[in-house]
Design a protein around this ligand. Structure first.
Ligand code: SF4
Length: 400
């Protein structure tokens, strides 16, 4: 977007790419817009992203905003033509995202200087979990064909990236809209086979119930795939999972984690979990808390439930706000204990880690590692470190 705006002569415009995932994200977007206008009163402000897609009129009504652009158009060069973008009086330029069937390929030049490169292979989501606003910002699921993904990863690998992360809104639904409906496992296997120089491939968040056998096999047998999976679990109580319209049970989640761990013991898991979903009782919440141990989670991203207007869950009987906060705090405490126990298990090991900046790296299993100041080579290098301890959040390591 920055490049398109610059090429169109709009380098002084301010682009605000909003997030819709929680009410807090939307509040912060509005605050950033007001602050940007105060700091640069003469600059044009163009707002896009998921929150703008979901509620374009709300952003269009802000006096600080010059234009609101939809998620599909934001990556097209022609959108930034100053005459068509800023001409006329119509502030809101947002189409129906549900009609979009193509996925914009990601720009390679946008990745330079980062330790890892992110390749978006899928966008949108066909599910309608009752708490989630994302499909209304991103539209229905669509995938980038395997050949294009492999070519992009070849280029990124040749330009020196040691780690590639495959991303998508609902990554495990990759392929459903492609001829022959290939599964994600086939894409991952193709990348591993056809890009032999790629040192490490990582998967971003995946839906536990949608892991196909080929994906299970390649993740558990291929050393170049980072031994870490971030699972979209959301809750550990079956009634809440049903009310969320998730497609797995707590037993499915536990069985999957056990199978993965026994096939590849070094694998670590992270998960997104919501505390205080509507109708959640103390007993239901305790089932969710227990999932941290039962699934052997190392990282828990704890979200206090926040009602998104327009979603079915927003109309369900709510847990009171203080209780939601208290449960989220309990979940975060549990997560801290789980992380500390996970890090305990890594002390004394030698691991190959990806340097992100001079004194910070990440292991294949996603553990954060603090390195002595100025000890590490360039960001993006894969190096071996000796892990001597941890502070509860990060490992402490030295180069070997
Ligand atoms: S699968 Fe994920 S993105 Fe899709 S509706 Fe559910 S929570 Fe939202």
């Amino acid at each position: 977007m920055r490049n398109h705006a610059r090429d169109a002569g709009l380098e002084n415009a301010i682009l605000v790419n909003t997030c819709a995932v929680t009410n807090e994200a939307v509040r912060q977007a509005r605050q950033s817009i007001r602050r940007a206008h105060k700091d640069n009163p003469a600059a044009k402000i163009i707002v896009t992203g998921c929150a703008a897609q979901v509620d374009p009129e709300m952003f269009g009504a802000m006096p600080e905003v010059d234009r609101v652009v939809g998620n599909h158009d934001k990556l097209k060069a022609e959108t930034f033509n100053p005459v068509s973008l800023l001409g006329g009086t119509e502030k809101v330029r947002v189409n129906d995202i549900m009609s979009v069937t193509e996925t914009a390929g990601h720009l390679i030049e946008g990745m330079e200087g980062r330790a890892r490169a992110y390749v978006q292979v899928q966008n949108g989501c066909d599910h309608r979990c009752t708490f989630c606003i994302i499909p209304y910002g991103r539209g229905n699921s669509r995938s980038v064909p395997a050949g294009e993904v492999v070519e992009e990863i070849k280029l990124l690998t040749a330009s020196g990236h040691s780690e590639i992360v495959l991303t998508g809104v609902d990554l495990t639904s990759w392929g459903e809209d492609l001829p022959g409906q290939p599964k994600l496992g086939r894409l991952v296997q193709a990348i591993i086979n056809q890009v032999p120089d790629l040192p490490r491939l990582r998967l971003s968040s995946i839906d536990a119930v949608e892991i196909d056998e080929a994906l299970f096999d390649v993740v558990t047998s291929e050393a170049r795939i980072a031994p870490y999976l971030h699972l979209s679990l959301q809750a550990g109580d079956n009634m809440i999972l049903k009310r969320m319209k998730r497609r797995h049970s707590r037993e499915d989640a536990i069985a999957l984690c056990e199978r993965l761990k026994s096939a590849r013991p070094e694998i670590a898991f992270g998960a997104d979990i919501i505390a205080g979903f509507p109708t959640e009782t103390e007993a239901m919440f305790e089932n969710t808390l227990r999932l941290v141990d039962d699934c052997q989670l190392a990282y828990v991203h704890a979200f206090p439930y926040s009602a998104r207007p327009g979603t079915p869950a927003a109309r369900m009987p709510a847990v009171n706000g203080a209780e939601i906060k208290a449960r989220a705090a309990r979940l975060r405490d549990k997560a801290a204990q789980a992380l500390s126990a996970h890090l305990d298990g890594m002390v004394g090991r030698i691991d190959d880690v990806l340097v992100e900046k001079t004194n910070f790296a990440r292991a294949g299993n996603f553990a954060a590692i603090r390195l002595p100041e100025n000890s590490a080579p360039r960001a993006g290098a894969l190096v071996n470190v000796d892990i001597s301890g941890h502070d509860g959040r990060q490992l402490i390591g030295t180069l070997v």
